[in-house]
Design a protein around this ligand. Structure first.
Ligand code: NAP
Ligand code: MG
Length: 515
């Protein structure tokens, strides 16, 4: 098999008339599919359940996007059996063959990218470009991890000593559970699944409930790629009920989770307790952030304002990498704030099936209520200088919201809100800005705008985050280019999309042979 050098997918430019009209057509045809029922996929068979998850359109919650099987213990047990059975042969399948399935999934996704984009517009309120970026990232992950699996399969040759042949090879772990969030419902779901499968493991995938139709669409693609039965199992269901069962289960060899700190820590704790299994469960956790951009007096303030607005309000602020704190030095604070407000005022909020709307709804009723609660808290912690209100009373739309004069220790500067809410913090100088930057329990993304070389060096040395960006936006990490993962309470620093990632799904066997 000839494999070309990895290259990132380009995101579609919907300003081009051909892409725009194709997307409009696809949105129409996808809408006709609303209200269908999707099954679980276990051991190569589509399986119905009594209860269903109802998934709605957050722009118009009375529209049901689809109904998805809600699995319980019995389906989970079936899936574990299927996954362990499949593991027996999948673990011995050549890496190049495993990779070829992933390349196939990637091709199919590319063919269906407008459909997947459209489902995301409807099921989770992404704008077209955000949705297509999500699909492009999924395709990148498939193409990258397929290549990585082949690289890891070579193992490595350690130092040799006389009279022995020594080698190290990597073997997979077993059957594991993949639990993604809803905010990158194609990319993260596909990426974690692809990494596990590429490395020779078998998977039970439990999608986030509010994006389980998109999960089902991806499951259909994995099924179409023709993986051996039981390698990929789609097991949708409630996080709190099914999730605990999957995590605590003695048949679980590993858990790959991306989501909130609260759920991640719970998984870490439950998985640590021995439950009759003979292994320590491998736990990979990617969690939240309270990401900041520091701006000093030498910065290009227009570029900074642009980077801040895109990072703070893209996907309605619902990115783990979203900028939720701006730390500006005193001398340029007011000028920068004004520029950010002016730019934010131009953002069009509304149903993203209309291309004009750059910001869509937040993902759910629950998310909206949580964000509105934080906006109330913010009114006592700072000065509301933009937004602060829900828009209309149908969809879950919230205005881009900015608070100024927020203290670094305020709740809205410490806790992850996961919505379009930005806190402006005043620092007396760059030293204080560094302190405020590092003054949260998280450490995911962050960055700085400055022209001073000595400060760029300090940013590189002192900003304690997994993904650091200088003089650019702090979102949109590219697979293979900016390996992604955070420090402290942001997770186990898994560096998804990097050369270390597949190692998390493997174990090394060291072999010494007397010769
Ligand atoms: P979440 O509420 O923690 O849910 C994530 C997943 O966990 C969902 O599939 C959920 O299922 C499931 N779950 C819930 N309770 C569970 C339990 N007790 N046991 C096992 N699984 C359980 O997070 P979210 O609201 O979907 O996503 C937003 C969060 O993800 C934010 O904190 C964001 O920062 C973080 N995130 C981090 C990264 C990163 O790379 N670090 C990337 C993206 C997002 P249900 O949907 O059925 O509840
Ligand atoms: Mg949640």
């Amino acid at each position: 098999m000839k494999i070309e050098k990895f290259k990132n997918m380009e995101v579609l430019d919907f300003k081009s008339p051909a892409s725009k009209s194709r997307m409009e057509e696809t949105l129409k045809s996808v809408k006709k599919e609303f209200g269908k029922t999707y099954k679980a996929f276990i051991g190569g068979k589509w399986i119905d359940t009594k209860d269903k998850i109802t998934s709605i359109n957050p722009s118009n919650p009375s529209e049901v996007v689809g109904y998805v099987a809600s699995c319980t213990k019995s389906e989970a047990d079936m899936a574990f059996d299927a996954a362990w059975k499949a593991f027996e042969s999948w673990k011995n399948t050549k890496a190049t063959e495993r990779a070829s399935y992933l390349f196939k999934v990637a091709k199919l996704m590319e063919e269906k990218r407008y459909e997947l984009d459209s489902w995301m517009v409807y099921e989770v309120g992404k704008n077209w470009t955000e949705a297509d970026g999500d699909v492009a990232e999924a395709i990148d992950a498939l193409n990258y991890y397929a290549r990585e699996a082949i690289r890891y399969a070579r193992g490595y040759k350690p130092y040799q000593i006389p009279g022995e042949r020594n080698e190290v090879k990597y073997i997979p772990l077993g059957a594991g559970v993949v639990i993604p969030p809803w905010n990158f419902p194609v990319a993260i779901l596909t990426a974690m699944t692809a990494a596990a499968i590429a490395s020779g493991n078998t998977v039970l995938l439990k999608p986030a409930s509010i994006t389980s139709v998109i999960g089902a669409k991806v499951a259909e693609i994995f099924c179409e790629a023709g993986l051996p039965d039981g390698v990929f199992n789609f097991v949708p269901g409630s996080g709190s009920k099914l999730g605990d069962y999957l995590v605590e289960n003695p048949k679980t060899r590993f858990i790959a989770f991306t989501g909130s700190k609260e759920v991640g820590l719970r998984i870490n704790e439950l998985a640590a307790k021995p439950n009759g299994q003979k292994w320590i469960k491998r736990v990979i956790l990617e969690m939240g952030g309270k990401d900041a951009i520091v701006v000093d007096e030498t910065a290009d303030l227009d570029a900074a304002a642009e980077g801040i607005v895109v990072s703070a309000f893209g996907n309605q602020g619902q990115k783990c990498s979203a900028c939720s704190r701006v730390i500006a030095v005193d001398s340029i604070y007011d000028e920068l704030l004004k520029k950010v407000i002016d730019r934010s005022k131009k953002i069009k909020v509304g149903d993203p099936s209309n291309f004009e709307n750059w910001m869509g709804p937040v993902s759910s009723d629950e998310a909206m209520n949580k964000i509105m609660k934080y906006i109330e808290i913010g009114k006592n912690e700072g000065k509301l200088v933009l937004g602060g209100k829900r828009i209309g009373n149908t969809g879950f739309f919230i205005e881009p919201t900015i608070f100024s004069e927020v203290k670094g220790s305020a709740r809205i500067a410490q806790e992850e809100i996961f919505g379009p809410v930005l806190a402006f913090i005043r620092a007396k100088d760059f030293d204080e800005a560094v302190q405020i930057f590092n003054g949260t329990e998280y450490g995911l993304t962050g960055g700085a705008y400055t022209k001073r070389k000595d400060r760029i060096k300090r940013v590189k040395d002192e900003f304690h985050v997994g993904n650091l960006y200088i003089n650019r936006k702090i979102t949109g990490a590219l697979i293979g280019v900016q390996p992604f993962g955070g420090f402290n309470m942001s997770g186990t620093d898994s560096k998804a999309g990097g050369r270390d990632y597949l190692l998390l799904f493997l174990q090394a066997k060291s072999i010494a042979e007397r010769i």
